[in-house]
Design a protein around this ligand. Structure first.
Ligand code: GSH
Length: 218
C-alpha cells in the first residue's frame, strides 16, 4: 500500500469525502485514492475492508487507520504543521475549530434536503423553513469569519484552513440549488469554488459514470 491512501465515496455525492481530500491536496503529499460507489449492495462490505466505522472517508498512513473527516483533517495538521491548517492566532484558531465542529455535527436540514450533487442543477429545491435557518446561519458564519479574521486572503481565516475544507461541500450545494448570495458571502463562495483542487474534484465528479436516484430524484 502507498504511504498515504484515502478511501472516498463517489465524488459527485460524498460531501464527507471531499473535505479531507481537499486538505490532502492542499498539503501536497502524494497519495493513492480508492473510490467506493455508495448505496450499492456491497458498499458496506467494501468500505469495511478499509474503515472500521463502515463509513468513508478513511485514511491509511504507515499502518495507522484514521476515519472520520474531521479526525483525518486533524491528523494531516499533526503531520504537516508547516502547512498551517489551523490559524496561528489562538482566538482565530478557537473560532475555526468551533465553526468546523458546528459544520461537522450540525446543519442536518441542509444535509437532508440539499445533499451534495455536483453535476445536478436544482434551483430553488429543498428550501424548507429549517433549511432556510441553516443557510442563514452558514452565511452568518462566513460573514463573521471573513470580517473578523479574513485579512490576508480570500478564505474564512485569510489563508486556506480546515474550516474552508469543512464548508466546501456547502459551496457546491449553494451552486446546485442556486442559493443567492451577496457581498462577502458571495465572494467567499467564489474563492472556494475557484480553488484548483475543488475544480479537480468537480471534473472527476462530472466524469463519474454512476448516478444515484436517491439524490438525483429529490
Ligand atoms: N461523521 C462522518 C460521516 C461519514 C459518512 O456518513 N460517510 C458516508 C458517505 S458521505 C458513508 O460512508 N456512507 C456509507 C454507508 O453508510 O454505508 C465523517 O465525518 O467522516
Amino acid at each position: 500500500m502507498a504511504e498515504w491512501t484515502i478511501i472516498l465515496g463517489n465524488k459527485n455525492y460524498s460531501s464527507w469525502s471531499l473535505r479531507p481530500w481537499l486538505v490532502m491536496e492542499h498539503v501536497g503529499v502524494p497519495y493513492v485514492e480508492e473510490v467506493i460507489q455508495l448505496d450499492q449492495e456491497d458498499t458496506k462490505e467494501l468500505i469495511l475492508r478499509y474503515s472500521p466505522s463502515g463509513r468513508v472517508p478513511c485514511v491509511h498512513h504507515q499502518g495507522l487507520v484514521v476515519w472520520d473527516s474531521l479526525a483525518i483533517c486533524e491528523y494531516l495538521n499533526e503531520c504537516f504543521p508547516a502547512k498551517k491548517l489551523w490559524p496561528a492566532d489562538p482566538k482565530a484558531r478557537m473560532v475555526a475549530r468551533a465553526v468546523s465542529a458546528e459544520m461537522h455535527s450540525g446543519f442536518g436540514a441542509l444535509r437532508e434536503k440539499m445533499p451534495m450533487n455536483i453535476r445536478a442543477s436544482k434551483p430553488g429545491k429543498g428550501r424548507t423553513p429549517a433549511v432556510e435557518l441553516d443557510i442563514r446561519r452558514i452565511v452568518e458564519i462566513w460573514r463573521s469569519c471573513r470580517g473578523r479574521f479574513g485579512e490576508g486572503g480570500p478564505f474564512l481565516f485569510g489563508h486556506f484552513t480546515i474550516a474552508d475544507a469543512m464548508f466546501a461541500p456547502v459551496v457546491t450545494r449553494f451552486r446546485t440549488y442556486d442559493v443567492p448570495l451577496t457581498g462577502s458571502a458571495a465572494d467567499y463562495a467564489s474563492a472556494v469554488w475557484e480553488m484548483p483542487s475543488l475544480q479537480k474534484w468537480v471534473e472527476a465528479a462530472q466524469a463519474e459514470p454512476w448516478s444515484n436516484p436517491k439524490y438525483d430524484d429529490l
